[in-house]
Design a protein around this ligand. Structure first.
Ligand code: PAF
Length: 282
């Protein structure tokens, strides 16, 4: 595997490749990321990965400085997966001058859910992803459904900018007890790790209630409220638990619910100091 940090070197290395499959990451790789590499391999060749902890997507009080950086272990894992090039730019490589041009996603998708609680997050994500795509110029790029809203926003961005890349969604990989794998799980204490499984358990309960029968927008609100209370009473600090339409992440109207609109339940909550997110398609 070639490890490249400079944009021009990357372009030189990838010249003539027109079927590349790209997996952008922030490193600290776990099985979830490796499943993205395997999916990438099914959709293109060669597989290009990137590791870059993108300052632009972290708020001033978020974990940019303490975000886990495990470069050597990551390299070993990517080598085992047969990744051809790892693009690992420094901040100077990717942002040699202040990144003044930014991509702002539309408010109705970018300022809700994660965007409401992490202002600037999706602007930072879109900006770096656009730049990475422009450096790698892959045929396909793989993003996990764990970050459901991110996946939708990136897909829409590529569509509206006519970027010639197919965005491939990857299923969430979970620990045996159901907790979605995430680099941030590493922040959890032993007790918190045991409690963390409650998030997916709760999403499953919400799913069951919705599948249970004819449901109205009022009942949806009630289910959301009960779920929030349940997490709060266990000591969590939930940001949101929201049942939305899969196609646009807006709330479903009565008639949409009657016509079996496809839904997803999304949640974000803090357990101690660690903020976890998860979602479940219904
Ligand atoms: O999902 C992530 O790890 C990041 O948001 C991404 C897509 C690599 C952009 O920094």
């Amino acid at each position: 595997m070639k490890i490249i940090s400079n944009i021009q070197d990357l372009r030189d290395q990838l010249r003539g490749q027109n079927r590349a499959a790209f997996v952008p990451t922030m490193g600290n790789l776990h099985e979830g990321h490796l499943s993205l590499m395997r999916l990438a391999k099914q959709h293109g060749d060669p597989v290009i990965a990137s590791i870059f902890v993108n300052r632009l997507q972290f708020g001033p009080n978020e974990d940019f400085d303490k975000y886990p950086r495990t470069f050597e272990a990551d390299v070993e894992k990517l080598e085992k997966e047969g990744v051809y090039v790892l693009f690992a730019p420094t901040e100077k490589d990717l942002y040699p001058e202040p990144q003044e041009y930014r991509v702002e996603p539309p408010h109705d998708l970018g300022a809700i859910l994660e965007g409401e609680f992490r202002p600037g997050f999706f602007q930072g994500v879109c900006t770096v992803v656009l730049k990475l795509l422009s450096c790698v110029q892959p045929k396909v790029a793989v993003f996990g459904k764990k970050d459901y809203q991110q996946l939708m926003i990136i897909r829409q961005m590529c569509h509206q900018f006519a970027i010639p890349v197919d965005i491939i969604p990857a299923e969430t990989i979970r620990a045996e007890d159901g907790l979605a794998l995430s680099s941030r799980n590493g922040y959890l204490s032993t007790e918190e790790r045991a409690e963390a499984v409650q998030l997916i358990q709760l999403l499953k309960q919400v799913q069951e209630k919705i599948l249970g029968g004819n449901i109205s927008p009022e009942e949806i609100l009630k289910i959301e409220r009960e779920a929030l209370n349940q997490l709060t009473s266990r000591g969590w600090k939930p940001d949101y638990i929201s049942i939305r339409k899969r196609k646009d992440l807006l709330s479903a109207t009565d008639s949409e619910l009657q016509s079996n609109e496809k839904l997803v339940v999304l949640a974000a909550a803090k357990l101690g100091k660690t903020r976890l997110i998860d979602n479940l398609e219904i």
